[in-house]
Design a protein around this ligand. Structure first.
Ligand SMILES: [Zn+2]
Ligand SMILES: [Zn+2]
Length: 751
């Protein structure tokens, strides 16, 4: 009996099912020829006998964790990983000698020793051809589920399905990118097309949980509505009976037409109106009770993303009040617009769903519950979390210092943020001055080390928006330095391999008001956009210039043409000041890094990295957005061949920088939109109630400019403002201003 389920476990799968350390160690041992003796019993149980007397047994249908091993380690050990790798190696060797060497579809880089390649490529077995292609977990039928899960787990899954959770189903893309499902509370990946025991969930249980069952159901339900080739399909899982069969439930009540839902929306719009009328600079005391009551209403409805948006609005108002360096007027404007637009978008989705029920009409791509965040779990404890830093953002205001460290989890590709705030009052009480921010301690380590590190922890919790916390228990958390290859395990959409790919990803993204809220995209860094890693060969910088007026460093990153060996004098020729302007395409990535008092060394460090001081560039991570169809990024960290450079924790080392005039290369239309957004932000800060007598004329003049430029919809919305301001039409004002803001943002991005 051949254990096909073990043959198809790639190194990536083993890393997720065990951990990277065990896999690397086992690969080394195998490459060195330290194979255990294997035997397979009649029932398919594979036993590995090691030289030191340890015996490991893995029966069919058991997870690696449930395997029996005589070593003293607890739930996981290197022997279990060795068993799988040795089994693969032996099988490959057997088939290689039995048949003529096939053209290996070497889909998974095995990472094993080069001297042993024929014996160790796991894809090289007789069924490899049939196994290489796409497959879907929908193939696991009710019998397969019943065979792999206890009745209590199936019953728990049925209870979860009763709430009709929306699950994002991601089909198979490659051997290294297996089918995956994003549930509201966790993610499941299917590493084996034969066995459900090798599906991995990122919840505390890890394998064999009810989430895997839900994910299988979602894949089945997705087959009915999946457009072929879609990278991701959203499915509201159908309720299941106790036997796991789908039942057609009575149409669920609308999420938005209940009395509490209508009341919450009315209160939300009243809050937004109060901020617009009295200004974001108004005393917060008047608003705080109102915000608290509204959040309780929204939480009772389970509208997780609306609640999260109100939370960010409140933090922005407080940041403005404290004159914090991370207050951003445009971000405030965007959050105000989002809070109005999100329930509206959910309402439209719900109506469209109801219209599509029972008909062949296509359903909307997003469900109302997804837009609102219904069913999204608040906080989950995570099992053995590995985090790779993508950089840090430091801030300070009148009352506190703070830092946000941004991480990616290579196992799930999830982006998380670790937030810390140190009140000044505590330093004063301790009788001392504040220590340098980079020396402050986070989870028992200096911030400098965590921000430029890879963290492994067993005491993390994650909130829905990606905010994580790490407990202080010293033995539960370890930090290693960020290596130049630390981001190699990240994949799309987080990591992009070209500027064009990044632009396409940003352009295809759904609007912020319809997607799950991400702490990494908003308040954490004080700049709006999406966190991305960009990595490609021959990364080069040009036009590195200091804009004294804007107090910002600008540069363009692009891919240098491949040099033939003769002209390649040294790597450094392609970095630094682009002396040959003709090689630089206009569509490079524009880097913009403003100087901030809380991180005085960041601009110098960026200039040094771009100049090649630490060797050739490998990758950059930062907050990216579109501006006039081009990708613009505020960088947080760079990897060079020598080291990781986490910009905001670097010590100042002043550099002579090329100065340039403060010219804005935006075309007239985008400039006009940007200018109008500036006006809106100014009115939002001052309050529409407190505008001078000339305000109406100013509004009309700006509306005329918009109309002349062809932005007629924007012009009409702006022209309605004085009329909206009359008390009778004030409810309309919030919606008009939100729509105007969203339209103008679109013009700036695409014009
Ligand atoms: Zn063991
Ligand atoms: Zn789970």
């Amino acid at each position: 009996m051949i254990r096909e389920d073990l043959l198809e476990l790639t190194p990536e799968a083993l890393t997720a099912l065990a951990n990277a350390g065990f896999v690397k160690r086992a690969q080394k041992d195998i490459a060195a020829g330290l194979l255990p003796r294997l035997d397979t019993a009649e029932d398919g149980t594979v036993a590995a006998h090691f030289d030191d007397g340890v015996v490991t047994r893995l029966p069919p249908g058991r997870t690696l964790r449930d395997a029996a091993c005589t070593c003293p380690a607890g739930s996981m050990c290197r022997h279990r990983v060795m068993l799988v790798l040795a089994y693969q190696a032996r099988h490959a060797a057997a088939t290689a000698t039995a048949s003529a060497p096939a053209q290996a579809p070497s889909t998974s880089a095995s990472g094993l020793g080069p001297e042993d390649t024929t014996a160790t490529a796991p894809a090289l077995h007789d069924t490899a051809e049939a196994d290489a292609g796409a497959w879907t977990p929908a193939r696991f039928d009710d019998a397969a589920l019943a065979a792999s899960f206890a009745p209590s787990v199936l019953a728990q899954a049925a209870r979860l399905a009763a709430a009709r959770p929306v699950i994002a189903v991601q089909p198979w893309r490659a051997a290294s990118v297996p089918p995956a499902a994003r549930l509201p509370m966790c993610s499941v990946r299917f590493f084996s097309r034969r066995s459900l025991v090798h599906a991995r969930c990122d919840c505390k249980q890890g394998t064999g949980c009810a989430h895997v069952v839900l994910a299988v159901w979602a894949f089945r339900d997705a087959e009915a509505l999946a457009p072929a080739g879609a990278p991701e399909v959203m499915v509201a899982v159908r309720p299941r009976g106790d036997d796991g069969r789908a039942v057609d439930a009575a149409e669920a009540d609308g999420l938005l037409d209940s009395a509490p839902a209508r009341a919450a929306r009315a209160q939300l719009e009243a809050l937004l109106l109060a901020v617009w009328m009295d200004g974001s600079g108004q005393p917060l005391l008047a608003l705080s009770a109102r915000v608290e009551a509204l959040r309780a209403q929204v939480q009772a409805l389970g509208w997780r993303w609306v609640d999260d948006g109100i939370d960010e609005l409140w933090q922005l108002l407080q940041a403005q009040q404290a004159r914090s360096s991370r207050f951003d007027a445009q971000r405030l404007l965007a959050v105000m617009a989002e809070l109005w637009a999100r329930p509206c978008a959910a309402g439209h989705a719900e109506l469209a769903e109801q219209a599509a029920t029972g008909r062949a009409t296509p359903r909307p791509p997003l469900h109302a519950s997804q837009i609102l965040g219904v069913g999204v779990q608040g906080e989950v404890a995570l099992d053995h979390l590995r985090l790779v830093s993508l950089g840090a953002a430091l801030w300070s205001d009148e009352t506190a210092d703070g830092a946000d460290v941004l991480f990616a989890d290579p196992d799930t590709q999830a982006v998380t943020v670790l937030e810390r705030r140190w009140p000044r009052a505590a330093d004063a009480a301790a009788g001392g001055a504040a220590p340098p921010l980079a020396s402050r301690r986070v989870a028992g380590f200096p911030l400098r080390q965590v921000a430029a590190g890879q963290v492994i922890t067993k005491t993390a919790t994650r909130r829905a928006n990606g905010l994580i916390d790490i407990g202080a228990g010293a033995r539960q958390t370890g930090v290693m330095p960020l290596s130049p290859t630390a981001w190699d395990e990240l994949v799309a959409p987080l990591r992009q391999g070209s500027v064009a790919g990044l632009v396409a990803q940003l352009a295809a993204a759904l609007p912020d008001f319809a997607t799950p809220r991400q702490a990494a995209a908003g308040a954490a860094t004080g700049t709006a956009g999406q966190l991305h890693v960009l990595a490609f060969e021959r990364m080069a910088a040009a036009d590195v210039q200091w804009d004294a007026a804007a107090q910002a460093l600008h540069a363009d990153l692009f891919q240098a043409p491949a040099l033939d060996a003769a002209s390649a004098a040294s790597d450094d020729d392609t970095t630094g000041e682009g002396d040959d302007a003709t090689v630089r395409p206009v569509d490079g990535l524009r880097l913009t890094l403003p100087h901030r008092a809380a991180s005085p060394g960041a601009v110098d460090a960026l200039a040094r990295a771009l100049a090649g001081e630490w060797g050739a560039l490998r990758a950059v991570a930062g907050i990216a957005r579109l501006r006039h169809g081009r990708a613009v990024m505020e960088p947080l960290a760079l990897l060079t061949v020598q080291r990781a450079v986490v910009l905001q924790i670097e010590a100042p080392a002043p550099q002579p920088l090329a100065l340039r005039q403060a010219t804005d290369d935006l075309p007239a239309l985008a400039l006009l939109a940007s200018d109008t957004l500036g006006l809106l932000a100014q009115w939002l800060r001052q309050g529409l109630r407190h505008q001078s007598a000339s305000h109406a004329a100013r509004v009309q003049a700006q509306a005329d400019r918009l109309a002349q430029a062809g932005l007629t919809r924007c012009a009409a919305l702006l022209r309605a403002l004085p009329e909206d301001l009359r008390a009778a039409r004030q409810p309309a004002l919030v919606g008009h201003l939100a729509t105007l803001g969203l339209l103008l943002q679109g013009v700036v991005q695409q014009a």
